[in-house]
Write a protein that binds this ligand. Structure first.
Ligand SMILES: Nc1ncnc2c1ncn2[C@@H]1O[C@H](COP(=O)(O)OP(=O)(O)OP(=O)(O)O)[C@@H](O)[C@H]1O
Ligand SMILES: Nc1ncnc2c1ncn2[C@@H]1O[C@H](COP(=O)(O)OP(=O)(O)OP(=O)(O)O)[C@@H](O)[C@H]1O
Ligand SMILES: [Mg+2]
Ligand SMILES: [Mg+2]
Lengths: 256, 256
């Protein structure tokens, strides 16, 4: 059955978008059908996959707040088998608008529900907060993937995210599990990265992907071309690392 | 009179906290009295200045939502002349709680107003969103400082931030100005950094600080010690760069 993976961490700039785009692209290249849901008003996943957020007729904003249909919004990308539900800056108003709307936590799940079986993997790229947009993602997700940057502030907000996850599991979505933790922007020449790695592996054990994502300029360059790293520089360290991480995620499914 | 600088950018991980801590510390070392207001539930500015958010009796959360007084919360730091109004994870609930509260945009300004004259500079470290916490900061700020990371996604959310700034100026705070734009995490060995620099200087001219902040590991290490870079490694590239940027900000005042 479809795996719905919320890529979430309230810490900003920890490669939530980079991870959503590139894991989804790797799985599509392995023959899976994958969807990226861009749930961030910055619309970085949208532009990172080559779509201009300002040129869109309909986006996730209209789906959540104006009942526009899924079919009218979903778009293809430059990768076969990879699709995106794009975002626009309008989504910026959604946190406050959702605060007093009926069924506010279930808006995304109601819109996605009828289409879930069309995809093997759905990645939801969350904004850097634990507000109602992220709650909508955790309401429909089967698992959460947490990218952790190998730097000091990385562990600060983690406790809150795990607490919120438990609350969602208790009150809204009993199926939600902690899937993987992915260590990103690992810089092998500094002690800092090694210290964070040791601390995270000690605390979370097997939940942490064996594969880490190195800090690498080609990963920061790829979004400018509107392509995932597997198309922009398929043999770069970033592409090789995301492919190995995607295989780990795929394998986790087979073991059940 | 006191300069109240909101350090804001909805893009995550662009050194809002690192800039708030280190500019405030540099100005304190030049003999000014400075306050950092931590308006982020992650409480990175709080821990980055050596205070344990979990050990606090009162924080910015109680000030905004429970009318606790400023004096009961403000704390000193390891730097003479530098103070902090700390945050805790409780602030995570504030966005939703504020949505329906009376005077929701003015809660921070009402709490700070009586104490503004005690400081030469007040830096407000904003969370990575344009929600009610950032609106509270822009309601009392005299100017906004926007850190821009020298990477592709950096320019995506900027338009929205400037639009929101205009709206706040029209409806709530006519004194709010765009102060400085600070280019951060500049990596001189990549084309990407140079391209973003050229684009930002072309678009914003003199608003962009001449001084850029280089990507440097000691800036990422400093928060672990609870000290600003000027105390952790005073002669590092990061410390030298923040000192030069602080001088530019100071000079802007003298010219009026
Ligand atoms: N492994 C990497 N090496 C180098 N740069 C990277 C890497 N991963 C991501 N980046 C760059 O770091 C920046 C932050 O990444 P990204 O935007 O994916 O993070 P995010 O968590 O989605 O941010 P936000 O919190 O704003 O949504 C981007 O400019 C991105 O291109
Ligand atoms: N010039 C620099 N060189 C190297 N690392 C840096 C630099 N500036 C900041 N960092 C590191 O980059 C990460 C992001 O910086 P910081 O937390 O200050 O950003 P932020 O914008 O406050 O993030 P958030 O959006 O989560 O509030 C931190 O781990 C910080 O230590
Ligand atoms: Mg993102
Ligand atoms: Mg911060």
């Amino acid at each position: 059955s479809t795996r719905i993976i919320a890529v979430a961490n309230m810490k900003g700039g920890v490669a939530k978008t980079t991870t959503s785009i590139n894991l989804a692209a790797c799985l599509a290249e392995m023959g899976k059908t994958a969807l990226v849901v861009d749930l961030d008003p910055q619309a970085n996943a949208t532009s990172g996959l080559g779509i201009d957020p300002r040129a869109l007729e309909g986006s996730i904003y209209e789906i959540l707040l104006e009942d526009l249909s899924f079919e009218d919004c979903v778009e293809g990308t430059s990768v076969k088998g990879l699709f995106i539900l794009p975002s626009t800056p309008d989504l910026g108003g959604a946190e406050v608008e959702l605060a007093t709307a009926y069924g506010r936590e279930h808006r995304l799940s109601r819109a996605l529900e009828p289409h879930i079986d069309d995809y093997d993997y759905i990645f939801i790229d969350c904004p850097p907060s634990l507000g109602l947009l992220t709650v909508n993602a955790l309401t429909i997700a089967t698992e959460i993937l947490i990218p952790i940057q190998c730097e000091y502030f990385a562990l600060e907000g983690l406790g809150q995210l795990l607490e919120n996850m438990d609350l969602i599991r208790q009150h809204i979505n009993p199926n939600l599990e902690l899937g993987h933790i992915l260590l990103v922007m690992f810089n092998s020449s500094t002690n800092l990265s090694k210290q964070v790695e040791d601390e995270v592996r000690e605390k979370f054990g097997d939940k942490v992907c064996k594969q880490m994502i190195p800090r690498s300029v080609s990963l920061a360059e790829a979004p400018k071309t509107g392509q995932p790293i597997t198309k922009y520089k398929p043999s770069s360290r970033g592409a090789v690392a995301y492919k190995a991480a995607a295989k780990e995620i795929l394998a986790a499914e087979l073991n059940g």
